[in-house]
Design a protein around this ligand. Structure first.
Ligand code: ZN
Ligand code: ZN
Length: 276
């Protein structure tokens, strides 16, 4: 079978390799489609991802879909031919976090396609790879293998949306408009009916034209808001300083009235701002 390996900075090779064997409880998967993550790009362009340095040939890839090719003894979760989303996080199942049901924080996590440990944990950019059955999530229906490869980044976005708490009706700022930022905007905006705004780097020309559009939109909004607030303030002043009010209720009453009028106007402006 073929495997894609990073040997060093900007040294990527497609090489022949033995198709791996499976043990009881394991599943042999045939790669469907794989997303290229920022960490994969770091390994390729820099030969490292932060402090994780490529010290032996590394197969990148941790966002992939696959089809089950073979199952080991005792596997019940999937069968041959199933389309699966693959979790790249291989937790130990024994540490305190794992026993506590928080496997994502496992102290001995083996994350696929990562040079965090040595020997490196090889990733999914190869024709076949082996996973424990618990890492395979069979998905039915007519979803394509390409769409299914988004399961991992989507899971990250969903986790962020869930951590965000009640988002109903709120405006949400999401920094970083890469894959995870985009799926987070989509989930945040559709599932919880919040308005998601992604901020990131969509490329120089798109960035320039979008920045121009944003500036013009903001300038228009400011002019509109300014005009409205001036009108409201003028109205408040005319109510609060009405001579008959002072004559009838005295200075203190009139001052309170003016203050109440101003507060009401401020509330009206705030409500209008929220609605926009
Ligand atoms: Zn990733
Ligand atoms: Zn663990």
């Amino acid at each position: 079978m073929l495997a894609c390996k990073i040997h060093a900075k900007e040294d990527l090779r497609i090489e022949q390799e033995e198709t791996p064997d499976i043990q009881p409880g394991e599943v042999l998967l045939k790669l469907g489609a794989g997303g290229i993550c920022g960490s994969d790009l770091h390994y390729y362009f820099e030969g490292r991802n932060g402090s994780f340095v490529v010290r032996e040939p590394l197969i990148p890839g941790h966002e992939a879909s696959a089809v089950v090719a073979r199952v080991g003894a005792g596997v019940t979760r999937v069968k041959v031919g199933d389309k699966v989303a693959v979790s790249p996080s291989h937790a130990c199942g024994r540490c305190d976090y794992c026993r506590d049901g928080r496997e994502q924080l496992c102290r001995n996590m083996k994350f696929l396609g990562s040079a965090s440990l040595f020997p490196h944990i090889q990733g999914m950019f190869r024709e076949y790879f082996v996973m424990g059955e618990r890492q395979c999530y069979p998905v039915g229906g007519d979803i394509s293998l390409g769409e299914l490869a988004f399961a991992e980044p989507l899971a990250v976005g969903l986790h962020a949306v869930n951590r965000g708490g009640e988002l109903l009706g709120k405006s949400v700022l999401i920094t970083g408009a890469g894959t995870i930022g985009c799926v987070t905007v989509q989930r945040g905006a559709t599932r919880r009916r919040a308005h998601g705004h992604g901020v990131g780097h969509p490329g120089p020309s798109a960035r320039a034209s979008e920045a121009g559009r944003r500036r013009r939109r903001a300038a228009r909004a400011t002019r509109r808001r300014g005009a409205r607030e001036t009108a409201v303030r003028r109205r408040v002043r005319s109510v609060g300083q009405h001579p008959s009010a002072q004559d009838l209720h005295g200075g203190g009453q009139a001052r309170r009235r003016r203050r109440a009028g101003r507060h009401a106007a401020a509330r009206a402006v705030a409500v209008r701002r929220q609605r926009r």
